[in-house]
Design a protein. Structure first.
Length: 479
């Protein structure tokens, strides 16, 4: 049961929620980043009723801390203002009891808490804390294991694939998808295609899983697994997703005593965004301590389908996975931070091939959290002129639109309808307005739904103009 928080009705609603039969929490919507699930509280008090009363504000406090960490960077961890229970409750839109257990003096409950997006934005902006709320399209991970010799993607279950399969999938702004390894996956892409950066094969498996980008994550032994030569990509097509996932900063090392003479674990992450050259990052970790370092390493064979890498390497893999995911998430947040609450306006032209184009464009614009208002300037059978009011600059807007399969490109103008000065251009002119004498037409912004027949006429996004944050540790491929 979902309980909406209204202060005057809160006591009665809480009692009603706790008396009703428990029902599972709803699945979190892909864009619902303001919902925090699986918040566990364990309270001991004089009796079960008193413990339950303390549990709700504690669950809301813990949930808000989780939300804050989801939307911000670690550098801002201590900038969160001190909020009392009443102030946090004012940010809550609803909460749900997923599960609960009680004893005479103890209450253990699991909650889902949904916060009011507008209230959270106001708090962040008022405190001067940069935050992000745009959720990326899923990132598909292809785990290639070199620790047994030849690279392995699907042929057998490896320690590297197990480390990714055991990953608790993050519920932040960068969803991670691990493929099943079923027959269709093997058909879509092989290990040689993954390592070569075959765009057709990568896009084929990405589209089937609904992913926006693909990370080929190789694991091997340092000194044996070396940096691959950058693979060239063909020009981006009109259906490309202009929403790169940024590269990794340097990794920290794992504490512990590795086996004597062991190699370090090396991880090479190649991110394919489909709108330019891939980004390559390297992560090195020492092997983790093992209980039996003298045990011989298993080798790959038909009789040993789950062969083990050298001692300490398999034990270091879960930490490597954690570091890769953590840094990818942080890089995504960094690339989509809203620094201030200042709203900007952008005039866009939406070409239309029919009613479906217009319906899909309007629906998808409604799913972009950083767009605060859409004004229809004019509407005709073949085009619409819109003015978008949004938070952030054009690079961040383009990234946010891309997550809804909306492509924003810049074209030479044929008339005076153009972007406002807040985006570096002249003020908006109404359609049909006379252009000042001697004034050169400025560029205009074109917005098209990726599934539209007109998407084929959309110029490829310029990778240099797409959000490509520079993150320490990234290795830039040569052209």
């Amino acid at each position: 049961m979902l309980v909406r928080c209204i202060s005057a009705l809160r006591p009665a609603l809480v009692v009603l929620a706790l008396l009703c039969l428990w029902t599972p929490a709803r699945a979190q919507a892909p864009h619902d980043v303001f919902t925090v699930r699986d918040v566990v509280v364990d309270i001991t008090a004089g009796n079960a009723a008193a413990a339950r009363d303390e549990a709700i504000p504690e669950a809301q406090r813990k949930a808000f801390r989780t939300l804050y960490e989801r939307l911000t960077l670690p550098r801002d961890a201590n900038r969160l203002p001190t909020l009392g229970p009443a102030e946090i409750e004012a940010l809550v839109e609803a909460f749900e009891v997923q599960e609960e257990r009680t004893s005479a003096v103890r209450y253990v409950g699991t909650y889902t808490v949904r916060f009011r997006p507008s209230a959270v934005r106001t708090l962040m902006i008022g405190a001067g804390i940069p935050y992000a709320e745009v959720q990326a399209k899923p990132l598909l991970v292809l785990a290639v294991d070199h620790t047994l010799g030849d690279p392995i993607l699907w042929q057998q279950e490896t320690a590297w694939r197990r480390a990714w399969a055991d990953l608790p999938l993050p519920d932040g702004l960068l969803p991670i998808v691990i493929p099943y390894g079923e027959l269709q996956d093997v058909t879509d892409i092989g290990v040689s295609e993954a390592l070569a950066g075959d765009v057709t094969a990568l896009r084929r498996i990405a589209d089937r899983y609904g992913a926006g980008s693909v990370a080929v994550v190789q694991a091997g032994l340092k000194g044996i697994l070396e940096m691959p030569p950058p693979a060239g990509l063909p020009p981006a097509d009109p259906g490309a997703r202009p929403a790169p996932v940024p590269a990794l900063p340097p990794a920290s090392t794992t504490a512990g005593a590795p086996p004597a003479g062991a190699h370090d674990l090396r991880v090479i992450v190649t991110l394919h965004h489909f709108d330019g050259a891939p980004e390559i990052s390297v992560l090195d970790l020492p092997p983790a301590p093992v209980h039996h370092p003298d045990a011989p390493a298993a080798s790959a064979s038909a009789e040993s389908p789950a062969a083990a890498p050298p001692p300490g390497i398999a034990e270091a893999m879960p930490e490597a996975v954690r570091q890769v995911v953590e840094r990818l998430e942080q890089a995504w947040v960094q690339a989509n931070l809203v620094e201030t609450g200042h709203e900007n306006r952008l005039a866009v032209t939406v070409p239309l091939s029919g009613l479906q184009d217009w319906a899909e464009t309007r629906r998808r614009l409604g799913g972009v959290p950083t767009i605060t208002h859409v004004r229809i300037v004019s509407l005709a059978r073949d085009r619409a002129e819109l003015e978008l009011t949004c938070l952030g600059d054009t690079a961040r807007l383009r990234t946010a639109l891309a997550q809804q399969d909306l492509l924003l490109t810049e074209e030479p103008a044929t008339g005076p309808f153009d972007a406002p000065s807040s985006y570096g251009g002249p003020p908006v002119a109404e359609p049909g307005a006379a252009m000042p004498a001697g004034a050169a037409p400025a560029p205009v912004w074109r917005l098209v739904w990726r599934g539209s027949p007109l998407a084929a006429a959309t110029p490829a996004a310029d990778p240099a103009r797409s959000p490509q944050p520079t993150v320490p540790g990234a290795v830039a491929p040569s052209p």
